[in-house]
Design a protein. Sequence first.
Length: 277
Amino acid sequence: MILLLAALIQAAPAAVPAVTANHAAVPAAPAKATVPNVDARELRFARCRALAQTDPAAAQAEALRWSLRGGGYFARQCNGLALAQQGDFAAAALAFTAAAKAADAAHDKRAANYWAQAGNAQLAAGDVPAARVSLDTALVAGTLEGLALGEARLDHARALVAANDLPAARRDLDLALAQASDDPLAWLLSATLARRMNNLTRARTDIGEALRRSPDDASVQLEAGNIAALAQDEAGARAAWSAAARLAPDAPAGRNARAALAQFGDAPAAAKPPTGR
């Protein structure tokens, strides 16, 4: 029987980047030639954000210089993005929070985006209570739309799962899927939550959506194996866990998959439903 001692994925996979392009919800400014009155701060922010993707240390230095010259919440947001790219999520959360407070003081609706980014970074830093406060603030503002709203709800669901409030997390995830249906992470977390709530039909449907969008993600393959095990599908569990181990041998998903595979004996055995988290 499959014991699944180490294969159970956390609700928020470690491999998920802290601040994605979707969370950086300020749109890139149009070309100045077509929009003569474009805000110069938007143009500078767009350049700083692009630099954060390729050279985060240089972007951080640029953001600090800009901040000293009155860059305000635009500069603070860029600093947060640069810090997140460097893996300093706690410092990034402070930068996004400062941007959010400054935008709130200026009655700028960008504040909701900054609060959402702060919550995302706080989740990555492991500060779930602070993340819930930031994400609540972002959602209550009522100014997030489309993908930005979906990603904020997704992070809010992650915070609720971490607090073991699974029914509330289910509601948030369902709302997130309505606005972020192209995000494989949303489907992965939905499938994981369904498994944890013993809803095998929903788990299989949602992991199928995640696999369709991101078949090369080891975390997705790991969860596919967990769900196959719950369905007593040994062949499916072996195949998915083998894929996870191959795709990311040194990452947590790959290590957990190898641990699950190691528990098979030589004789065929029916898959046992997960009994852990």
